[in-house]
Design a protein around this ligand. Structure first.
Ligand code: SAH
Length: 249
């Protein structure tokens, strides 16, 4: 995967991309992520990327031309992108499926807005996806772009050592993950569930499956409609329903 992030805060983005799993994947060459300073695509002395909004009102708006030029430079250097993503609170909510789709792309470009946002003509002519990371407003698109890149990069084959660990994660099949425990088996008087230290792999798997279903029902019942459950998971759901019925007054 080749990704380019267009921002007026390249150091902020570069710092976050240098650590941990993503940092290692970049060093190893598994992914190739570059950060582009939007100001390098201006041609005035002050390297201006923003201007006042037409129609008046508070704040500033990011100009279209520097973004256009940055995209042209990326296109010339890296080839035609599969997606040009604009980070915006008005975009489609970002989901695990989007992370999967982006992780399969060979070339990806992310544009980080600032101020009151980006001149709408950028979205109209240059952008393929408008993506929001949640229903709240941030000061810029850098953290959202990092969220999208982080979620996508960890799904690129070879980035996370044990592919199975990614398969079991929350949302992968529409369920939350089961709880996790590590040593010591007793911590400040609290024990880990017996089954996990029993050595019975089938029982452990059953417990985990059960916990995934239970947690999802308790915390995110909205996910269940879209989940692809195995026959065993559907059984767990059935058992859970039956128990709830018994408890009804
Ligand atoms: N006036 C705009 C918000 C601008 S916030 C509006 O109400 O829609 C400034 C920039 O931060 C945006 O251009 C966008 O790139 C980024 N941003 C803020 N919140 C975001 C979110 N929830 N998801 C993605 N990007 C966001």
């Amino acid at each position: 995967m080749r990704a380019d992030i267009i921002t007026i805060f390249p150091r902020l983005v570069e710092a976050a991309l240098s650590e941990g799993v993503v940092g290692r994947a970049r060093t190893a060459g598994t992914v190739d992520i570059r950060v582009r300073d939007l100001r390098e695509f201006t041609d005035d002395r002050h390297r201006t990327v923003d201007d006042v909004p037409f129609g008046g009102g508070p704040g500033m708006v990011m100009k279209a031309e520097p973004v256009y030029r940055a995209l042209e430079a990326v296109r010339a250097e890296r080839g035609n992108p599969d997606a040009v993503v604009l980070m915006t609170p008005q975009g489609r909510p970002f989901r695990q499926q989007d992370a999967e789709r982006f992780s399969r792309m060979a070339r990806l470009v992310l544009i980080c807005g600032r101020y009151e946002g980006v001149d709408e003509r950028v979205a109209e002519t240059l952008v393929t996806d408008e993506v929001s990371i949640g229903d709240y407003v941030l000061t810029g698109g850098e953290l959202p772009a990092l969220v999208v890149i982080d979620a996508a990069v960890r799904l690129v084959p070879g980035v996370v050592g044990d592919a199975a660990s990614v398969d079991d994660d929350s949302f992968t099949r529409g369920l939350l993950d089961h709880p996790q425990y590590t040593r010591p088996a007793e911590w400040r008087g609290r024990h880990v569930p017996d089954v996990l230290v029993s050595g019975h792999h089938r029982e452990i798997e059953r417990w985990r499956r059960h916990e995934r279903v239970r947690r999802t029902r308790e915390r995110r019942p909205d996910l269940l409609a879209g989940a692809t459950l195995t026959a065993d998971e559907r059984n767990d759901m059935g058992a859970h329903d039956a128990r709830e019925k018994e408890q009804e007054p």
